[in-house]
Design a protein around this ligand. Structure first.
Ligand code: 6PG
Length: 214
């Protein structure tokens, strides 16, 4: 069953997330899938300041929007600015989502097949309980492959590439960050095993009091 740790503030969630990733990487984890969105940015900034042998690490992404990597909406661009330009991992496997959902997913599936099982997957969670670009009720939740192309994301932009639930569930460690009152409903539903984020039984959640509904 998923484990939920409630921390006082969003800053403490970011600090704890960075510490968990650092501990995993220092312990030999070699593949790290980064989350997109806005929540993880502070975690990445703090992670960039920690002493880690990044040359051993392959960085992947949980999902990507179908925009150029230089686009303000790009998850890769956010991670590059906050972390990857500062630590220089041995390998960065960017999702080429600018190729479009289907070709981007096909290309990235070859990468994931080579790297899986993933050692550490970091995720955020949407207010509807989605993780990566796996949305409640979406057929991609039942995708059997390693990646999926999304054409109708309810969260703009509509076209994305995502890891599948199977690949996320197979990871050795999954940590989900959730901060702010807007995520309280998603956290509550996940605790009940509902929504995609609630379908990852091994996940460790790092949430602040607001996301815990306190
Ligand atoms: C994306 C993200 C998505 C994100 C959640 C939470 O590409 O949009 O991967 O899954 O993690 O929507 O987003 P925030 O952290 O911005 O609330």
């Amino acid at each position: 069953m998923a484990d939920f740790e409630v921390l006082a503030t969003a800053e403490e969630v970011a600090e704890s997330g960075a510490a968990e990733i650092a501990e995993a990487l220092r312990g030999g984890a070699k593949s790290l899938a980064l989350a997109g969105g806005t929540t993880p940015r502070r975690c990445y900034e703090l992670l960039a300041e920690l002493d880690i042998e990044w040359g051993r690490v392959a960085v992947l992404f949980g999902d990507e929007r179908c925009v150029p990597p230089s686009h303000p909406e790009s998850n890769y661009r956010m991670a590059k600015e906050a972390l990857l330009d500062r630590v220089l991992p041995g390998t960065v496997y960017r999702i080429p989502a600018e190729l479009g959902p289907d070709e981007g997913a096909d290309v990235y599936a070859e990468v994931v097949e080579f790297v899986a099982p993933l050692d550490f997957v970091l995720l955020g969670v949407g207010e509807d309980g989605h993780v990566a670009s796996l949305f409640p009720g979406h057929q991609a939740l039942r995708a059997s492959g390693l990646t999926a192309g999304i054409h109708d994301s309810p969260k703009p932009p509509s076209e994305r590439v995502t890891l599948t639930l199977d690949i996320i569930r197979d990871a050795r460690q999954v940590v989900i960050l959730a901060t702010g009152a807007g995520k309280a409903e998603a956290v509550a539903r996940a605790r009940r095993g509902q929504t995609p984020s609630g379908m990852i039984a091994s996940a460790r959640w790092l949430i602040d009091r607001a996301a815990a509904g306190q």
